[in-house]
Write a protein that binds this ligand. Structure first.
Ligand code: FAD
Length: 483
């Protein structure tokens, strides 16, 4: 039989569930990636993620050619509607089956169900597999057979369920001789960004290691410091986390490799590895929340929170723009937004602070912030982003209680105690003494003068007062208390 592997958010040639199953079930296997117009057409013309994907595909194509040991091996790339391109290609290649990995985002599920129907019309099967998460869908349920909505019991059940088999790699290499040469007209290099209608990469410098090789470099670097992860992960000025999120998002590294390593280190008593494994479990947790409760894409996980009245109108728009552009007057929030806008990454602690600030200081609907993150984060992932935003707005499962309101100044004093992160991203404040750096409006006139800072000119006055914002938020959330 001939099989076609459809790559989506799994851009690697090793330890790949769909590729492995195709190679073990078919005599000839082709591989395709579709730059899906249904997704791409809506994106801004300079998008770091499209550049990242393209880089990953160049490596994937080369890796598949090496595995096939044939110059005509490699990846077929289309720029089209995936729902048309995949069935057409499968038919043209006379494939009996298409193989892909699960993607449980609602739009991906409806895309896949359309593809499944179209393939079935020509007698082609569509097989999909778990690959993106360690445990998925109904694999971790309560004793009553319902999905978990609180993290700690989910984590405990996850740890009881995971075993060596689930963590094992798929031995793609052993069966790689079944990778077929591409038909002559398909032997084309991965298209350049310009050909896809996007700006060339040099206009949006990525500044991050790409492809599976880049992911492995990051992971090896992280393994040198994983033992410190629990102590360093909350401090944005320190190289604490792994920076692997974009690679996990696009599958340039196998989640099984990461979890297997972390699990083994954790069992050996490495405290950082235990904490890091927890984060990978959070990732699975939010994926299963999205799979079981797709309403979270539009609405609050906890329905009572849909009654909250958010700010609207011109004033809310102006506050929102100030937040997006890092002009709130709260240095930690503004530095966080500068990091996002300049690099496409934001440190986890800062995501919590910035999200909380938008919702609980400015009274703006979490969905506005979620959407902004979705367009700017390299690692944007619907399940994790929605989970993070609903956590910050208290509307989510196992979320921050509504009355817990981060104080952006004390967060700054605690997590950027030396002001190194703020100074890096807000150079206009760099000369301020430390105490003033966290709250410039409290600086003495002489301090501001010596640092060359005129508030309202070089840097904004705070757009809200913390105490009154706190009171307004408690009133806003009162509707939740009564239900
Ligand atoms: P590490 O600390 O090294 O963690 C390792 C991996 O664990 C991450 O790469 C990620 O895949 C996973 N992970 C860590 N924390 C979480 C979490 N809370 N939820 C789910 N998975 C997690 N993460 C995304 O991958 N995409 C998003 O769009 C996203 N949006 C977020 C929005 C908000 C408001 C918040 C509070 C968090 C969001 N996160 C998101 C989670 C987290 O901030 C990032 O995964 C993390 O900062 C990525 O950096 P890292 O790879 O260095 O993480």
């Amino acid at each position: 039989a001939t099989g076609l592997v459809w790559f989506r958010r799994d851009l690697r040639a090793c330890d790949h569930a769909a590729l492995y199953h195709a190679l073990t079930q078919c005599r000839k296997v082709h591989c395709v990636f579709v730059f899906d117009r249904a997704i791409l057409d809506a994106l801004p013309r300079a998008d770091r993620r499209v550049a990242f994907i393209r880089e990953a595909l160049v490596e994937l194509d080369a890796a598949l050619r090496t595995l096939a040991s044939h110059p005509a091996g490699g990846l077929i790339v289309r720029h089209a509607l995936a729902t048309d391109a995949v069935p057409e290609l499968a038919q043209a290649l006379q494939a009996q089956a298409v193989y892909a990995n699960h993607d449980d985002e609602p739009q991906a599920l409806s895309r896949d169900s359309l593809v499944r129907t179209r393939l079935a019309q020509t007698g082609i099967a569509f097989h999909t597999f778990k690959d993106h998460t360690l445990l998925e869908r109904d694999e971790v349920l309560t004793q009553a057979g319902t999905p978990y909505s609180v993290f700690t019991p989910y984590k405990n059940a996850w740890l009881r369920t995971i075993d060596a088999f689930q963590l094992q790699s798929y031995a793609v290499v052993r069966h790689a001789h079944r990778l077929a040469p591409r038909p002559a007209p398909e032997c084309l290099p991965v298209p350049a960004l310009g050909a896809l209608g996007f700006e060339a990469a040099q206009n949006t410098p990525l500044g991050l290691p790409t492809g599976s090789s880049g992911a492995m470099r990051l992971f090896e670097d992280f393994l040198q410091r994983i033992h410190r992860y629990a102590d360093t992960r909350d401090y944005p000025a320190i190289k604490g986390p792994s920076y692997l999120s974009v690679h996990l998002r696009f599958g340039t590294i196998s989640p099984r490799l990461l979890a297997r390593s972390a699990h083994a280190l954790a069992q050996g008593g490495n405290p950082g590895a235990t904490t890091w494994l927890n984060e990978l479990i959070w990732r699975d947790f939010y994926c299963q929340i999205l799979a079981h409760h797709p309403h979270v894409v539009e609405r609050s996980f906890k329905p009572a929170y849909d009654a909250i009245q958010w700010e609207t109108g011109d004033e809310a728009q102006a506050l929102f723009s100030a937040w997006c552009e890092g002009r709130t007057g709260y240095p930690l929030v503004d530095a966080a937004m500068a990091q996002l806008n300049q690099t496409g990454y934001m440190h986890n602690r800062l995501r919590m602070v910035a999200a909380s600030f938008l919702v609980k200081h400015l009274g703006i609907d979490w969905r506005w912030g979620e959407h902004y993150f979705a367009t700017h984060l390299n690692d944007f992932d619907l399940a994790a982003n929605n989970g993070g935003w609903q956590w910050a707005s208290s509307s989510g499962c196992d979320a921050q209680p509504y009355f817990r309101i981060f104080n952006p100044v004390s967060q700054s004093e605690k997590f950027d105690a030396e002001g190194r992160f703020i100074r890096r991203y807000l150079p206009q404040l760099a000369a301020l003494p430390l105490a003033a750096l966290h709250a410039p409006w409290r600086a003495r006139p002489l301090e501001l003068q010596e640092a060359g800072v005129v508030l309202g000119h070089h840097y904004p006055q705070p757009i809200v007062d913390h105490d009154s914002a706190r009171q307004r938020t408690l009133q806003r959330y009162a509707v939740v208390k009564t239900t």
